[in-house]
Design a protein. Structure first.
Lengths: 312, 243
């Protein structure tokens, strides 16, 4: 049982990282992208190839994974980010599948026994889950803080302006394409880092694990928690992973088929869109001139659900 | 007065539909120039063409001697045109509804790097539009139509543009509020030395405010003259002033 909870913590961490990336793309800039599985795939493959073929250490392959993923995001982003809404969604869906297919053709069996990660002589063994929980959640914390800072920066403000109104953003001198691409590349790079960490944990990479469902789960995580809210997407990651492992956790694997979770995600999305489109925690109150005190904000945090009407 | 904006024989098409054909006009620095016309005449298209939101099929547009829009994507992008000093207040205002008034003004000053300058301009705007000062911490969504229009104008002024383009500033507002907004536009023009080019359905008010006017019909300029002369023009009176 403890083992299971640790496993959920590890995967919740990996998904939280991916969700932070997805949140940058979908939450801040408002682009509906469905290819985070692709970025996870690139990060994982980059790590496996770097560690196995070139003998890189985990820490060296980490930036390689991020850069490789970000670079693909850049190359694909330049032509596709001119598309809007559903069209962008379909284009990125295609991208995710392309990446997976290329990976499959590159090496259908994937990579096994990737060398373990090391830190000051301490070896991260998959058996010792606690060490991975600390490692992965340290990354989540760092990226959470980084992206919170980003949201309040000039770059973040420009991204939010693009999400709110592209015409107004352009009229105010914001280069919409530039900020869309920056946001996409940043989100992709974080996805790559998540892939690198996942490889460090599983020590194997298989193309079959980067299906479209992964992208849907990441998007679900962001929508469930609250688009554009850093804390919310981490909460979303916990809930999604809990649902994902619910049959194993309760020992009901015989009764609940594995596919059931896909139905649950779908239902979850429908329910959320109907009753709470802003997500469980709602949009981040990023207000640099918020006149309210900490206490007032805390109070409004709990009573907001009823008072505020939902908006997609 | 020197010519600040020159539109030279431009045509714009949406697919097979021609929205503007061979439109030429010029705006002198320091003037208020208005463009009047009926629904669908192509007024908004013309403003959008100036800021590069719609591509030209023929002709060119130059601002302060520099060509900003040309055919076949040779023109500048909208954000670069904004950086040259043209601020557009789009039709329907396009405010950042989920941001507060203050944040909207901050976004308007996106091109300004100096925080002191931004703070100073914000204070000026709150002085000029007192209602915005009172609502600075409110979400723009909660503002009335007239307040939103004032905020959109204030936001455009945050970048201290040389040319202010206004697309139907009186759209959907009560007559008294429209009067108020037009008197503000006059003050902006006189005191801040901002050239104003406005598009309006309310022909009488627009022509009274401006020194020069153009009449657009079915994508063509059919008349141009001083504002006061256009007000007396028989054709204008019949078609736009209901006389």
């Amino acid at each position: 049982m403890l083992n299971f909870f640790q496993l959920i913590l590890i995967y919740a961490g990996i998904y939280a990282l991916m969700a932070i990336g997805q949140n940058c793309i979908t939450g801040y800039t408002g682009m509906l992208s469905l290819c985070h599985a692709g970025f996870l795939c690139i990060g994982s493959y980059a790590t496996a190839i770097m560690c196995k073929t070139f003998g890189f250490s985990f820490w060296l392959s980490l930036p390689v994974a991020a850069i490789a993923s970000g670079l693909v995001g850049l190359l694909i982003g330049i032509p596709t980010l001119r598309l809007k809404g559903d069209y962008l969604c379909i284009a990125t869906l295609g991208l995710g599948e392309i990446i997976r297919n290329v990976a499959t053709n590159l090496n259908p069996v994937g990579y096994n026994s990737v060398p373990r990660a090391n830190l000051f002589g301490y070896e991260f063994a998959s058996r010792n889950k606690l060490s991975f929980i600390i490692l992965i959640w340290a990354f989540v914390l760092v990226f959470y803080i980084l992206f919170q800072q980003l949201a309040h920066s000039r770059l973040g403000r420009a991204m939010i302006a693009v999400r709110e109104d592209e015409v107004a953003a352009q009229s105010n001198g914001i280069n919409v394409t530039k900020y869309k691409i920056s946001s996409f590349v940043l989100g992709a790079a974080v996805g790559g880092i998540a892939g690198c960490l996942q490889t460090a944990y599983t020590l194997t990479v298989q193309p079959g694990s980067f299906t479209f469902m992964v992208s849907v789960m990441v998007l679900c995580t962001v929508v469930l928690g609250g688009m554009g809210n850093g804390k919310a997407v981490i909460l979303g990651a916990f809930i999604i992973q809990f649902i994902s492992y619910f049959p194993q956790l309760t020992g009901l694997t015989n009764i609940i088929p594995a596919q059931a979770k896909q139905i649950i995600y779908g239902l979850l999305l429908i329910v959320m869109m109907l009753w709470r489109p802003q997500g469980l925690l709602g949009r981040d109150k990023f207000r640099y001139g918020d006149p309210r005190t900490r206490k007032e904000r805390l109070v409004s945090f709990f009573v907001r659900g009823k008072a505020k009407g939902g908006r997609a | 007065m020197s010519e600040i904006l020159k539109i030279d024989g431009i045509s714009v098409s949406y697919g097979s539909i021609r929205a503007l054909s061979d439109v030429s006009m010029s705006v002198s620095e320091g003037d208020i120039v208005s463009l009047i016309g009926a629904n669908g005449a192509g007024k908004s298209t013309l403003l959008n063409a100036i800021v590069g939101l719609v591509p030209l099929k023929e002709g060119s547009i130059s601002f302060a001697g520099e060509t900003i829009c040309q055919t076949k994507h040779h023109g500048l992008s909208t954000d670069l045109i904004a950086r040259r000093g043209i601020a557009l207040v789009p039709e329907g205002r396009h405010v950042f509804a989920d941001m507060t008034v203050e944040e909207n003004l901050d976004m308007g000053a996106f091109m300004v790097k100096d925080q002191n300058v931004i703070d100073k301009r914000k204070d000026e705007m709150y002085d000029f539009f007192p209602i915005l000062g009172a609502r600075r911490k409110q979400k723009t969504r909660s503002l009335s139509g007239g307040e939103q229009q004032m905020m959109a104008i204030a936001r455009a002024l945050m970048s201290s543009p040389r040319l202010l383009l206004l697309d139907e500033p009186g759209l959907g507002l009560a007559p008294l509020i429209v009067q108020d907004i037009f008197s503000k536009i006059r003050i902006i023009n006189e005191e801040n030395k901002v050239t104003v080019f406005l598009v309006e359905q309310n022909a009488r008010l627009a022509l009274r405010t401006s020194s020069y006017g153009y009449v657009l019909e079915n994508g063509r300029i059919v008349l141009e003259d001083k504002g006061e002369n256009l007000l007396k023009n028989e054709r204008v009176q019949k078609a736009y002033l209901g006389a």
